[in-house]
Design a binder for this molecule. Structure first.
Ligand code: UD1
Ligand code: CA
Length: 427
């Protein structure tokens, strides 16, 4: 597509139906905010500019979305409707010519493929828009067509006649406009409707009245058009997003035993042949190698890296932790801010005490280390290659356990050097 692209993301609404204090567009969905989901999807089309329209809790939203590429934020002032919002956005795009793609900050499931297709179908017409046919179209704008099935307008539910309310094809709220056609059309909008708002949808009827056909694209994946207005909607959206994420991993050769009890955030890389066992939670910002095993009942938090063949088992939590190739932590363990070498064995009940109440500290554990069951390692501490701790050892703060040393007791002290070490690939 050779036309330049600008994205306008509408996010000025109040979202009071969620009944929570955080702005609706910042609600979390599989490791991203709702707004970031929509913006990331649009970003994949490489827009030259993105304008996010804000108002309610503007500081919070702007802060959460700061640092996005080619993105500017504009305050709509009192939100007077979707048409008004786009008009305010266009003030930031005064000299822009090309496609203006409108997305909503509360519609997180739209796909890049569909947005790209929406640009394609616009062709030479002033506008294309996305529709869907829903079993329950209530609350949404209805698509009005003439006898030849051509789009003639969009009617908001509150303005519908009873007959029009029976229409099940709805306006999804995604549009691709020709910037040049959009500007004058927005100037003509009037708030003469049931809600007293400037409706973006009214520009469609204007184009048609001017004899300029508006193109439609219907999606048959109705998830794509799901708008989040309540926490119940959020739960539905989360399930759909989770399903997409899990499907992608399954297609990449990740064995997920029970998708219904597996929670994996967006953007987690997982190598082939890795097995994810039931009741496992993997947060955004984790990287998992090939042939690893995670779970059952494991929680990997942001910044955790599992190298190839690492195994994290039952009731193990890892945060900002690097687990070397072939290393195992199979039971009842907390690893925080820890770097572990290769082929180490972290015994059941090992805890890295990384937090002193003010700061977090790092633990380093060498290759082939053998940490006895119930060891507590108070960070910062270092445990060398081939080192070992006895069951129940309390390794106090600032300990430096040398290579091949065995430490035992409370507080842990050097017992002796480790002899008769097993081979590197010990089971
Ligand atoms: C809008 C459409 C409707 C469509 C539906 C799809 C209009 C008039 N109606 O209705 O046809 O079926 O979306 O979800 O466009 N917003 C602003 N500023 C405003 C008003 C809204 O930024 O002044 C933002 C909201 O935060 C939200 C989005 O625009 O992200 C849609 O607004 P909303 O009020 O939910 O529109 P609907 O009434 O649902
Ligand atoms: Ca809405």
């Amino acid at each position: 597509m050779s036309r330049p692209l600008a994205v306008v993301c509408l996010a000025a609404g109040l979202g009071k139906r969620t009944k929570v204090s955080i702005p609706k567009v910042l609600l979390p969905l599989c490791g991203r905010t709702l707004a970031a989901c929509a913006l990331d999807t649009a970003d994949a089309l490489a827009p030259e500019r993105t304008v996010v329209v804000l108002h309610h809790q503007r500081e919070k939203v702007e802060k959460a979305l700061a640092g996005r590429k080619n993105t500017t934020f504009v305050d709509q002032g009192r939100p007077l409707g979707t048409g008004h919002a786009v008009k305010v956005a266009l003030q930031e795009l005064a000299d822009f010519e090309g496609d203006v793609l409108v997305v909503y900050g509360d519609c997180p499931l739209i796909t890049t493929a569909t947005l790209g297709a929406l640009r394609q179908v616009r062709g030479r017409s002033p506008c294309s828009l996305l529709t869907a046919t829903l079993d329950d179209p209530s609350g949404l704008g209805r698509i009005l067509r003439d006898d030849d099935d051509r789009l003639v307008g969009i009617r908001e539910e509150k303005d519908c006649t009873p007959d029009e309310r029976g229409i099940d094809e709805i306006n999804a709220g995604f549009y691709c406009f020709d910037a040049k056609a959009l500007r004058p059309a927005l100037e003509q909008l009037q708030p003469n409707n049931a809600q007293g708002e400037y409706y973006l949808t009214d520009v469609v009827a204007q184009f048609v009245a001017d004899g300029r056909a508006v193109e439609t694209l219907e999606t048959d994946d109705t998830d794509e058009v799901l708008g989040v207005n309540s926490l119940a909607d959020l739960a539905v959206a989360r399930l759909a997003m989770q399903e997409r994420i899990l499907l992608e991993h399954l297609q990449n050769g990740v064995l997920i035993h029970d998708p219904s009890s597996t929670f994996i955030d967006h953007g987690v890389a997982i190598g082939a042949d890795t097995r994810i066992l039931p009741c496992t939670v993997i947060d955004a910002g984790c990287t998992i190698g090939r042939n690893c095993e995670v779970g059952p009942f494991a929680h990997l938090r942001g910044g955790t890296v599992l190298e190839d063949g690492a195994e994290i088992g039952n009731f193990v939590e890892a945060k900002k932790t690097r687990v070397g190739a072939g290393t195992k932590a199979k039971h009842l363990t907390y690893l925080g801010d820890t770097v572990i070498g290769q082929h180490a064995n972290i015994g059941a009940g090992t805890i890295t005490a990384n937090y002193d109440g003010v700061h977090k500290h790092e633990t380093r554990i060498g290759d082939r280390a053998f940490i006895g069951s119930g060891t507590v390692i108070v960070a910062p501490s270092r445990l060398g290659n081939d080192s070992m701790t006895g069951a129940g050892a309390i390794v106090t703060r600032n300990s430096a356990i040398g290579d091949r040393e065995i430490w035992v007791g409370v507080p842990a002290k050097l017992l002796k050097a480790r002899t008769g070490l097993p081979g590197k690939e010990k089971a």
